[in-house]
Every structure is written in structure tokens, then in C-alpha cells.
Design a protein around this ligand. Sequence first.
Ligand code: MIC
Ligand code: SF4
Length: 660
Amino acid sequence: MGRNVVEKILQEHLVYGDTKTGSRAGLRVDQVYTQDATGTMAWLQFEATGTDRVKVPLAVSYVDHNMLQSNFMNADDHEFLRTAAARFGAWFSRPGNGISHQVHLERFSAPGRIALGTDSHTPTGGGIGMLAIGVGGLDAATVMAGAPLELRVPEVVEVRLTGRLNRPWVAAMDVILELLKRLTVKGGVGKIIEYSGPGLKQLSVPERATITNMGAELGATTSIFPSDEKTLSFLKAQGREKDWVELKADPDAVYSDTITINLSGLEPMMAAPHSPDNVVTVREMAERKMKVDQVCIGSCTNSSYMVMKEVASVLKGHTVQPGMNLLVNPGSRQVALMLARDGLLGDFLAAGARVLECSCGPCIGMGGSPGSAQVSVRTYNRNFKGRSGTKDAMVYLANPLICALFALRGEVAAPDGERIDVKRAKEPASYPVADNMLVPPSAEGRQTAIRKGPNIKEVPLKGPVENEIHAEALLVVGDNITTDDIMPAGSQILPLRSNIPAISEYVYRAIDADFSKRAVAAKGKGGGVIIGGENYGQGSSREHAALAPMYLGVKAVIAKSFARIHRANLINFGILPLVFKDPADHDRISRQDELLIKNVRGALKEEDASPRTGQTFVVADRTKGFTFEVTSGLSRREADLILAGGLLPYTRAKFTQSDN
Ligand code: MIC
Ligand code: SF4
């Protein structure tokens, strides 16, 4: 039987287990990268493992999120990351060098490799044929310390592209918006999306990377393109031809499902507030003549030189509408240097764009927040409520050409009949390579003293799980709760990422302002439980969404289903992820109900279980007087982590045992 691209990469990297769908596979990892907002914890945790130097062939520490430096905290974090990278043998991408995913694509990603990143948009590397997976910081730290990555092997779904992206205002972003419309934000859970078909031929690596980047919004483990001539020409242009290998599915490769998208049939689309799968056509929206106050172009989704060049071709010779706030954040210094070199920066500035530094910026509410109830249209990947930093802002997502058009029109405008000529950009034959902001690891680095500012606190630990969890239902929430809901970001909270006691005060802040106070009160009486719906914890990889609730005494989350990275983070920090056997039980529980779960340790000692049926627990709602069943479906290793109180205590216990 033929193999698809994913199977080929998995088999090549298998250390233990099996690559069959649903099996556990231990995988050798080639590359690990971190970004600063999750990286401070990841590197503190790496330090806590006691490992002398990273044990993966390539590790890179980027700084791209926490860039505002409104006080000492961000700068201290940067210094910690710089010194930790030197000490432990990682590359360091200095602040200003760009967004991790874009820089990694340009300088390090390679077809056929496996990469982990402490950020949910790590699948950007899938555009080059790399199996690139987002994980929590602790998982990254453990792999850098030499452990294989353990994964429950997802299904592989084929997305077959036919036709060409040949309509003037349609771009790669519309491919993923179309898929989000069809599959929703939970349609990719437990799946890897593999692209195929004749439509591939015309798509450049940066366009492919836009698609795989935003594949994270499907809830997919990752997305991947084959490696072909387009991959080779991108790598050649980056001076990295030697990293190329061909990678394609066998003609008789098998997939769990096939979805076909005809690229020629796509029209420009937008994701409406407040979810990336709330997709409508620009044509429909234009009928409403809605005013647009802000347009943001860039982020890790749409940051390539080609995107920026096409946007500049729309803006050139025009001025953005009065009242329009156009922000541009190029994804990397390489892109920004090319814009400067080719005079495109001048076109942006002349049109009235506010050009920001190469960082995440407004995408995560680090500046550039819209005004009250304003409409912002962005080329970014997430429009969760409040993420922009403005609670009542209405954030839409659209392709860069459409965004540029709206900036000029000041409203949602249909491009049909538009007189502006979009000049489609060709992939450059060579990119200017300037790696002088990438500090390579060196042997002398080992002598570096790691510097920690006063805002960098130790990682809190939890004790082994009790046999009886007697706790309060702290909050009952619905479907698709994001990690932005659980642990908000933005300019006020993001600088607290290295200080769990301080950041924990903001858990669930926008949904329930008193959450952390109530959790602390419950902590003294046995702790808390959170009740969730489907796809609980979708979105970001931030482990703070597990670590901070753990610090507040949350013992378990009972949900209808979990998003992959968040579930792994909960387990890593000793919080039990439980799934309702009957989803209808969700509605019977109220906030402040007293819940009792008995025989927790006993159930966790059951053998490796299937996700839906294994390890059954009976929960008694003592306030309402009824019981219901939940399951955890943990693998042996995951159950052992919970028994020990999380991955760090588990690893420590293992080391102590082997010392004795
Ligand atoms: C995001 O886009 O939500 C982030 C900020 O990049 C996160 C990581 C984080 O919370 O630090 C992500 O996507 O994983
Ligand atoms: Fe940064 Fe936004 Fe990309 Fe997250 S999605 S890595 S915040 S640019």
C-alpha cells in the first residue's frame, strides 16, 4: 500500500510505537523553536531538567511577541532568553529580527524534517514540507532535553487542490478561509491536513505557508504540502538548496478522507467576528456598506515579500481614507529590508500606512488596539473577542489585497469592477540573506551566566493527584472556549508570562472578573473544577492557560471534548482532563455545585485506554444530588504524569529513582 507524505516522515522518525492512526508513536525531533511569550517558561523548565546543552540538532529561541518594553519586564525577559540560549546551545533570534514562524521558514525550515514550536502556528513550516507541530513549553523543554515526542497518530486528510488562484483579488488566505467555512474550528481535531493535486504547481512556498499557518484554526495537529520544484526554488532563493529533498505521496497513498477545493472557483472571503470559521464572502458583506476604521496587514499568516509587494501595488499613488488606521507589521527583517531596498516602504508611507516593527504587534493586542466598537479588518489568523485589546471591537479577517482595498475605500467594498490594478508578484529569484541578527550557538556560550530579572519567578509545582477530588464547579462555559478566554494576552498581561503568581490573577478575567478570587477561596476547601463544552482550549499553545489555573487550585476540567495542545498542557501540569460520557450532563451542572470524584488514582491505574471509553470516573454533584460518568482516555504515560502531579514532578521522581 502506498504511503502519504505524513506517513513517510513519521516512519523515518519513529523511535518506538507505531505510525498507524490512533497508535502512540515516539518520534525523533530535528528542530525545536520557542518564542518569547511561551519561551521564558520553556527555558526555565529546560533549566529545571538539569540538562547541560540542548540535545536536538537545532534549537532556536525567538523574540517577537513581548516587544513593547513599556517597563523593565520585556527587556529582562529578552536578556534571560539571550543568556539561556547561549548557555544551553540554542540559536538566538534577536528582537527586531522578525516573527518566529516567518524567520524560521526563511532560514531553517526544511522538507522531511520534524519541528516543534512553542506556538500554535508552528505548522507554517508545513508550507515547505516539514512536519511542524505546536506544543506547550514543557513538551518542548523535555524534547530539547533528549526525550522523543510522543504523539497519538492523527488521521491524515487529503485536501486536493485543482484549478488556479487566478482571480485578481483572490489570495492564498481564501483557500484556508474556504476550508474553515467547510470544516469549522473543530473540524481538524485529531487530524493532519495534507495538500495534493494539480493546483499545487502554481502555489509558492510563502502562499502554502499562509495556508498551513492558519490550518491551526481548524484545530488540526498540523498541515503539510509535498516538497517539489516550488520548494526547491524557494530554498534556492534563500541560499539553502542543500536542504531540499523531494517529498511526495505515492500514487496509491491512502487518506481517511478527501476534500477537493477548486482554486479557480474561489472568491474573496472574510471571517466575521468572533471566530475564524464565521466565513462570509466579501461580496455579501459589501452590501452592508460597513465602515472600516482599521486595517492591519502582516503577522505570521501574511508576511511574505510577495504579499507586501502586492499590497504596495494596490496602495501606490493613493491615500488611505481619513479616519482609517492602517498598520503594517512585516513578518521578518528580511522582508522589511527588501521593502526598503525596492522602494516599497516609501509606497506604504506615502499612502499613510503606519509601519510597525517586525513582530506580532496588534495580532496579540501588543499595541494597535482599535477604538471602542470599531471595525478592524486584518490579514491575521484569529479574531477572538477581545484579542485585539478592545473588548467591543469587531474584528474581521481577510486576504491582504482585500485589506488594502478597504484601507483605501474606508468601508467593506466589493472588488468587482475595481479600477485598481493588482500586480501579482513573482517569487524573487534570490532573497537578501542577512543572518547577522541570528546569534549561533558556540562552545564558549556554555560559560554564560543566565540573567533573570525580578519578574522571572520559579515554575510552580503540584503534588501527586489525590484519590478523591472534592471540589467546587468554578465556572460552566460553552463550546470553543479559547486559551485567550482562559488566559488573556495583550499589553497589560503578556509581560507577566514569566510570573505565574501575578498572571494567575487574570485567569478568565473577561468572562468572570472574580474567577481567580473564587478559585483561591475554593483552593483552601479542596480546589476547583471547570466545566467546558466542545473543543475546550482551542487556539494558542500557551501553557499558562493550564499552569495558572493549576496554581489557583484547579484539579480537573470536565468538557465535551478538548483541543489537542491544551489537553497536553493540562496533563503536563497535573490537571485531569475528563470527558463527559453523556454530553447532556454538561447542562445539569451549575457554578458553585459541589463535586466529588472518588477512586481517582485507582481509575488512572487502568491500562492504556481509548479516548472515549477508557478510565471511567463517577462524579457526584452533591449540591443537586445526581451522579454522572466521565472518562479520561489517557495513555499510560499521560496517566502516570497525572498520578505524579505533572511532567516536572514525574521527571524528577524518575531521576531520583534512577539515582537510588
Ligand atoms: C497566539 O497567536 O495566540 C500566540 C500568542 O502566538 C500563541 C502563543 C502564546 O500565547 O504565547 C499561540 O498561537 O500559540
Ligand atoms: Fe504572533 Fe499573531 Fe502569529 Fe501568534 S498568530 S505568532 S501572535 S503573529
